[in-house]
Design a protein around this ligand. Structure first.
Ligand code: ADP
Length: 296
C-alpha cells in the first residue's frame, strides 16, 4: 500500500465523504502523482495530486472535463471533488477501469472509429469563441484563453507569441528563430485556411490523454480546453502518433476537413512543439526551426 500524503487524504475524505483506505499508484502521467484509491465506503476513485500544483490548475482541469462532457460526444471521467488548499491540492475523478485487449474486439464500430466519430461530434458541438471564459494550463504551463475575434489572432496572441517568449527566456530558443516565429505569426491570416467556426477542443490530445474504458469506449482525459480550430486537435494527434488511420478516416467521413488541411498539420503542431521546448529544452528547437522554415 502506498498511502496518499496525510493532508491530501484528509482533504479527499472531507470532499468525498469517506476516508481513503487504500491507494495504489497509477503510472503514465507526466506531471502529477496519480493513484487508484479505495474509500472506506468501498468506492474506487482516481485521485491525482502534487505538492507544487499551481493554484487553480485542478479546478481548471475539472472545468475542462465538464466543458467537454457537455457536448455529449466523448466520455470523460466525472469530477468527484477538487481540493485547492495549499499542500493538499487534488483532483478526484470517477475511476475508469481500463480496457483489456479482449474488450476491444466488439462488434460494430471499432474503438478507433468510435473515437474519430466522437471527436468529430465534440468539435462540431462548438464553442462560444476562439478562447474560453477562463485561463487554464497545458501540462504545467499556464495559458491565457482571453478570446480573440479570429482563430489566426488567437493562435498568434495567446499561443505562439507567449510560448516563444517563454522558450527564449528559458534558453531553449534563439533570437533568430523567435523573430521568424513573430514574422510567421503576422502571416497566420493567410495560412490558417478557410474560416471555420470555433470548435470545442480538447487542446492537449496526445495518445496518453485518450484511453479506452472496459467496453472499448474512448475516454478523454487531462484537457487544455478552449474554442479553436478543429485541425489543432488532429495535428496534435499526429505529432506523437498512437492514433490509427481508422480514427482519422472516421473523423473525416463525419466532419470533412477544409481543402489544404494536410498543408496545415505542421503549422498547427508549432504550438505543442513550443510547449515541449519550454518544458524539455533544446531538443525540440530543431523541430520548431524546421516547421518555421517550411512556412517562411
Ligand atoms: P498528469 O496530470 O500527470 O498528466 P493524467 O491525468 O495524464 O496525469 O493521469 C495519469 C495516468 O492516470 C494516465 O496514464 C491515465 O491513463 C490514468 N488516468 C487518468 N484519469 C483516470 C481515471 N479517471 N481513471 C483511471 N485512470 C486514469
Amino acid at each position: 500500500m502506498s498511502p496518499l500524503p496525510p493532508a491530501v487524504s484528509a482533504a479527499v475524505a472531507a470532499a468525498l465523504g469517506a476516508a481513503p483506505a487504500d491507494a495504489v499508484p497509477v503510472g503514465g502521467g507526466s506531471i502529477n502523482h496519480a493513484a487508484r484509491v479505495t474509500l472506506a465506503d468501498g468506492r474506487t476513485v482516481f485521485v491525482k495530486h502534487h505538492p507544487g500544483a499551481p493554484p487553480g490548475a485542478f479546478a481548471a482541469e475539472a472545468h475542462g472535463l465538464a466543458w467537454l462532457a457537455a457536448a455529449g460526444a466523448l466520455r470523460t471521467p466525472e469530477v468527484l471533488g477538487v481540493g485547492e488548499e495549499p499542500g493538499a491540492r487534488f483532483l478526484a475523478l470517477e475511476w475508469i477501469a481500463p480496457a483489456t485487449p479482449v474488450d476491444r474486439r466488439g462488434a460494430g464500430a471499432t474503438p478507433a472509429e468510435r473515437f474519430g466519430r466522437g471527436l468529430a461530434a465534440l468539435h462540431r458541438y462548438g464553442a462560444p469563441s476562439f478562447g474560453l471564459d477562463r485561463d487554464n494550463t497545458i501540462g504545467p504551463l499556464p495559458q491565457s484563453n482571453t478570446p480573440c475575434d479570429t482563430w489566426a489572432a488567437f493562435l498568434a496572441e495567446r499561443r505562439l507569441l507567449p510560448l516563444t517568449r517563454m522558450a527564449v527566456d528559458g534558453g531553449g530558443l534563439g533570437p533568430a528563430t523567435a523573430r521568424a516565429i513573430e514574422a510567421l505569426a503576422g502571416r497566420l491570416p493567410d495560412l490558417c485556411g478557410p474560416p471555420e467556426p470555433p470548435a470545442r477542443l480538447h487542446g492537449d490530445l496526445w495518445s496518453g490523454n485518450a484511453i479506452l474504458d472496459a467496453d472499448g469506449g474512448p475516454v478523454i482525459l487531462d484537457p487544455a480546453v478552449h474554442g479553436g480550430h478543429r485541425e489543432v486537435d488532429l495535428a496534435m494527434m499526429r505529432l506523437f502518433g498512437g492514433f490509427p488511420p481508422a480514427t482519422f478516416a472516421a473523423y473525416a467521413e463525419d466532419h470533412p476537413l477544409a481543402p489544404g488541411h494536410e498543408d496545415r498539420v505542421e503549422l498547427f503542431q508549432l504550438h505543442p512543439l513550443l510547449v515541449h521546448v519550454v518544458l524539455f529544452g533544446g531538443g525540440y528547437a530543431a523541430s520548431v526551426e524546421r516547421v518555421v522554415r517550411r512556412y517562411a
